[in-house]
Design a protein around this ligand. Structure first.
Ligand SMILES: Nc1ncnc2c1ncn2[C@@H]1O[C@H](COP(=O)(O)OP(=O)(O)O)[C@@H](O)[C@H]1O
Ligand SMILES: [Mg+2]
Length: 513
């Protein structure tokens, strides 16, 4: 007898439907899986066999052929187990298959018949919704996540036995339905606050501006001045995730296997990969492409601490996501697209010893070391940074001062207001904030007062701004005006935005050699 069960293959952060066809014929006992299965799918035979027997079912001692269609798509991972076992149960007549019409099935099986969680349940629910399927049978551990979209009947199964009971009697193990908006309404606790950073008023203001416009930011200063500390406090001033943003992030983190017990990612991600990371680790890769750090930082912050220590190929690889907000990885059969819209925050010492430009200590680097450092920093990324902030060591007075009341909530509400202005202006645009304005939008949406125009002109003369540099100044000036509740950009906005580009580490290094 032949049975068909619909399941899903995870490709990038998308779930593509796969039909499991099981055919059982009299003959010498055998169990064959065809349709481009990888090693984990082949091993599925052993898990399915043990799970069936240990759940009290019969494993058919006949000629079993399973085909995974479409046959030209590679199938990877253990997530096909449950669909395979279900197809065998139906094909061998141990359970009826009619209840399953319109439902997809996904789950990994333990040898005892227990159902383990799979990656990508939210993407599967989305696929069901697009295909107008009725519902999805998923492991209980990821049912909450699958139910976030609504529109799809999510049946949580915890064992092969409970799935069989559902097919036989329609008895539901559990129906799960969570509301994303309600889950997001609970503000997650955070014990990191800007107030913990002593002194550094200019830096805190720069963080506020960067957060308000989603601008890429580089902090430059001697070791121990608080750069890493400041970066870790950026999430505390970012606006909360909207429902669709949170679903995008959850989808990515689920596909990467990073969702633990929580059904939704409620906080903006903050990813801080170590500088030894490979370019594949940063932007994704592998034979079945997995998301990299840039994608895991989607809708959040990608923090590159010690920027000059990252390998050149890794930094080069970040160009595409920074420009396009997405990463495309092409493999022999298909191209996988990953979302990767993040705020880039980087930190660096100005030179190898860290004290170049320090008023309190002399830089001890030999000229050759300074040159080498300059080549590393002058890479592709520096041109894509909107704001550079000089972070000098906090003064002794600042350090011994008592910690004040929390500052992040106040900053965050100003950031939210500035973002709300941007959203109204950008309705219908691809850009979500000023940092993402296209060159055409920069010209259209950044009206300047006459004096501001003159200031920009002067900056051109003085700094020899490139076209890119010009646009970056205007984007930041746009945010400064938004923070102040103004539509037209004033002279002071331009002056401040220009100041955020004036001290480049490369210029500093060039002056020293
Ligand atoms: N401005 C500051 N306010 C409070 N603590 C600070 C400040 N700057 C540095 N520190 C302390 O020094 C430690 C090292 O700072 P860190 O952020 O790692 O410096 P950097 O990344 O610039 O080398 C921090 O953990 C923090 O305890
Ligand atoms: Mg540091």
């Amino acid at each position: 007898m032949l049975a068909r069960v619909v399941t899903f293959a995870l490709v990038g952060v998308d779930a593509l439907p796969v039909t499991v066809e099981a055919d059982i014929h009299p003959g010498l006992p055998s169990f064959t899986i065809v349709g481009l299965p990888d090693a984990a799918v082949q091993e599925s035979r052993e898990r399915v066999r043990a799970a069936l027997v240990n759940s009290g079912f019969e494993f058919p001692l006949k000629r079993i052929t399973v085909n995974l269609a479409p046959a030209d798509m590679r199938k990877a991972g253990p997530g096909f187990d449950l669909a395979l076992a279900t197809a065998l149960l139906i094909a061998s007549g141990q359970v009826p298959g009619d209840v399953l019409a319109g439902y997809g099935v996904s789950g990994e099986l333990g040898l005892d018949g227990r159902v383990r969680k799979v990656r990508g349940a939210l993407a599967m629910a989305d696929a069901c919704r697009r295909m107008r399927s009725r519902g999805l049978l998923v492991p209980a551990a990821c049912a909450g996540e699958a139910s976030l979209l609504g529109d799809v009947d999510v049946v949580a199964v915890d064992s092969l036995g409970s799935l069989a009971a559902f097919l036989t009697s329609g008895e539901r193990p559990a129906t799960v339905s969570l509301d994303a908006a309600a889950l997001l309404a609970v503000e997650p606790e955070d014990d990191l606050d800007l107030a913990q950073i002593k002194g550094h008023h200019a830096l805190k203001r720069a963080l506020e501006v960067a957060a308000a416009g989603g601008h890429n930011l580089l902090m430059m200063g001697p070791p121990g001045s608080g750069k890493s500390m400041a970066a870790r406090r950026i999430p505390s001033i970012l606006p909360p995730l909207g429902v669709s943003e949170a679903l995008e992030v959850t989808r990515v983190h689920s596909a990467a296997g990073l969702l633990r017990t929580e059904p939704i990612v409620a906080r903006r991600p903050f990813r801080a990969p170590h500088h030894t990371i490979s370019s594949a680790g940063l932007v994704g890769g592998g034979s079945t492409p997995r998301p990299g750090e840039a994608t895991l930082a989607h809708n959040g912050v990608l923090f590159l601490d010690e920027l000059a220590e990252f390998s050149r190929p890794a930094l080069e690889a970040l160009r595409q996501p920074i420009e396009e907000g997405a990463i495309r990885i092409t493999r022999s059969q298909r191209t996988v697209a990953f979302p990767a819209r993040f705020m880039l925050v980087a930190a660096t010492n100005p030179c190898p010893c860290g004290h170049l430009g320090d008023i309190r200590r002399q830089c001890a680097c030999p000229t050759t070391a300074l040159r080498r450092y300059s080549t590393k920093l002058s890479g592709p990324l520096l041109d894509r940074i909107d704001m550079i902030v000089d972070v000098s060591s906090p003064s002794r007075e600042d350090l011994i001062a008592e910690a004040g009341p929390p500052e992040s909530p106040g900053v965050r509400s100003r950031v939210r207001e500035a973002r709300a202005r941007q959203h109204r202006r950008l309705a219908g645009s691809d850009a979500g904030c000023n940092g993402q304005l296209s060159p055409a939008e920069v010209r259209l949406l950044c009206p300047l007062e006459p004096s501001a125009r003159r200031a920009l002109y002067e900056a051109h003369e003085r700094l020899a701004l490139s076209v890119r540099g010009h646009d970056r100044v205007l984007r930041v000036a746009r945010t400064l005006a938004d923070l102040d509740g103004r539509d037209v950009i004033a002279r002071a906005d331009v002056a401040q935005a220009v100041a955020y580009r004036e001290t480049s580490p490369v210029d500093l290094l060039a002056a020293a050699v």
